[in-house]
Ligand binder design. Structure first.
Ligand code: COA
Length: 259
């Protein structure tokens, strides 16, 4: 794919890289569109089972939405810019493959929000995360005010969003913003190892599990439990269910079809 988003395939693993290192991978409207297209493409690709999202270079995952672009936008244009981020977040949530953020450096503003829209976050020791928007006179606009409190609780979200302070990787791990912190030179390998564990499992089950986890974000408990029960019925009718249980009884590895 041309432009600012690089996509590489390693068997069933897609590695998507925001590639604008001169601007610390800041998200302009072109990148927002390219990322949405890439995720939608990968969601529909039958030969893809997991996605890693990272930033080019050794300084930044994504250092935010592009301030130089936003500086010239009217209120209505700011709203459209936010809508582009919203569409990307929706594409990531509805993508039926898990997305792992490999946070290799600054994940600020829109970068932190991009990581929040992933299913799992792994950080390099060098990562710094934050929502510094109030320092430039705006608020988070790509879902941060909604996803951050759901992930780390209202108190930490309020502190991060009101102060704009950056937190280091260890603090991010302690508050649950990232799952774990790894040495910088191990980040991609650790993200791949995690992805490969997922790739060994039933693609049909993983897709339905992701739909249920999304329901847990969006729905009240009773509706979410109904959703899970219905999804359990669907997964129960798959070839993968039949194969997984047969393989267990026959003491062999299952051969998934994803159907
Ligand atoms: N939008 C546009 N450009 C950005 C950017 C952003 N969010 N973040 C960094 N850049 C650009 C810088 O303008 C600079 O470009 P230049 O060389 O043409 O001047 C380049 O990336 C390198 O950044 P620089 O600020 O020189 O690096 P630094 O090491 O001194 O500081 C940061 C790094 C991340 C602390 C600093 O770039 C920063 O605060 N960025 C903005 C973070 C932010 O507020 N994000 C939320 C936006 S909603």
């Amino acid at each position: 794919m041309p432009g600012f988003v690089k996509m590489e395939m390693e068997d069933r693993l897609a590695i998507v890289t925001v590639n604008r290192p001169d601007s610390l991978n800041a998200l302009n409207s072109i990148i927002l569109r390219e990322l949405s297209v890439a995720i939608e493409h990968l969601s529909m690709a039958a030969d893809v089972g997991a996605i890693i999202l990272t930033g080019a270079g050794d300084r930044a995952f994504v250092a935010g939405a592009d301030i130089k672009e936003m500086a010239n936008l009217s209120g209505l244009e700011m709203q459209h810019f936010s809508e582009m981020g919203r569409r990307l977040g929706d594409a990531m949530a509805s993508c039926n493959k898990p997305i792992i953020a490999a946070i290799n450096g600054f994940a600020l503003g829109g970068g932190c929000e991009l990581a929040l829209a992933c299913d799992i976050r792994i950080a390099s020791v060098r990562a710094e995360l934050g929502q510094p928007e109030v320092g430039i006179g705006i608020i988070p606009g790509f879902g941060g005010s909604q996803r951050l409190p759901r992930l780390v609780g209202p108190g930490w979200a309020a502190e991060m969003i009101y102060t704009g302070d950056r937190i280091n990787a260890a603090t991010a791990e302690r508050i649950g913003l990232v799952n774990r912190v790894v040495p910088a030179d191990r980040l991609l390998a650790e993200a791949k190892a995690l992805a490969h564990k997922i790739l060994e499992k039933s693609p049909a089950a993983i897709a339905l599990a992701k739909a249920c986890l999304r329901a847990a974000w969006d729905m009240p408990l009773s509706a979410g439990l109904d959703f899970e029960t219905a999804a359990f019925g669907i997964v129960g009718s798959t070839q993968d269910k039949a194969e997984g249980m047969r393989a267990f009884v026959e003491k062999r590895k299952p051969a998934w079809t994803g159907a």
